[in-house]
Design a protein around this ligand. Sequence first.
Ligand code: GLV
Ligand code: GLV
Length: 355
Amino acid sequence: GKYRVVSTKPMPGTRWINLLIEQDCRVEICTQKKTILSVEDIIALIGDKCDGVIGQLTEDWGETLFSALSRAGGKAFSNMAVGYNNVDVNAANKYGVAVGNTPGVLTETTAELAASLSLSAARRIVEADEFMRAGLYDGWLPNLFVGNLLKGQTVGVIGAGRIGSAYARMMVEGFKMNLIYYDLYQATRLEKFVTAYGQFLKANGEQPVTWKRASSMEEVLREADVISLHPILDKTTYHLVNKDSLAIMKKEAVLVNCSRGPVIDEVALVEHLKQNPMFRVGLDVFEDEPYMKPGLADLKNAVVVPHIASASKWTREGMATLAALNVLGKIKGYPVWSNPNQVEPFLNENAPPPA
Ligand code: GLV
Ligand code: GLV
């Protein structure tokens, strides 16, 4: 192969590798045992000649790495993730490296995990599972693991982009919940869906579902019974959920986070969970991954999973393929992906801000 492409981690499937090999690329996959590579590890991987890199969200892609990649002749970097808060896009621009991410292919998989966490928290699935395995079940009781009924409650979505909208649709259609959402952009298709579904329910003699676009995030936090966070992480969303915002939420609300850990002040959350045993959370992401803040792991009203929202086989293979196509597209000057409505392959070249 004429071009050298490096992947900082083994990735699922073989399609991504074959695509690169068929197009004149040599693929080098880092097989280091340690989970998270340091900047120095990656500089060593890049070496003297490297045309493109596929990297991971655990890596710090800033000035140092983009200058190293540029010195090695590299022109393309793709994060194997939709989130790119680990990437300094300005630094990439400065060194002439195009940056890609992998939206679209993970929308439904991620929304399904947010729905799973919502149900697990509302119906106390993990607590009840632990109880069974501990041999504590000694007969049916009226008060055993009573949780929340979602039907007729309000689901709140902060960030109604691709993932937030898919999650909202699942909760509205699956559980007949009303919707309140906050986003800078109007989620027109989502609004139309809820309106049409409400009309359908009404025609069948059922209570119709409703939607409302909130004028602030606080309005969502105050009014919703189940709240799922789907913003990007930046200065405006850092600690979006903090001591003050927790205080305005319903005492029996369910809060779900499959976006990025620092969107929640986790120390404040632990305190709030301790004070409010009926308040429940489902968390896929944490402020200091891979760590949890002290106390979180001991709380029965928290369901915690290790950043697996996009972890379905189809999606992870799709992310790997899309990341490879991003890098390949830049190296070879091809159009990058066939569905421009689904993805924005190079954030710093032709993309609108992700909704
Ligand atoms: C995962 O967290 C992603 O951003 O794709
Ligand atoms: C519960 O198992 C019931 O039958 O109500």
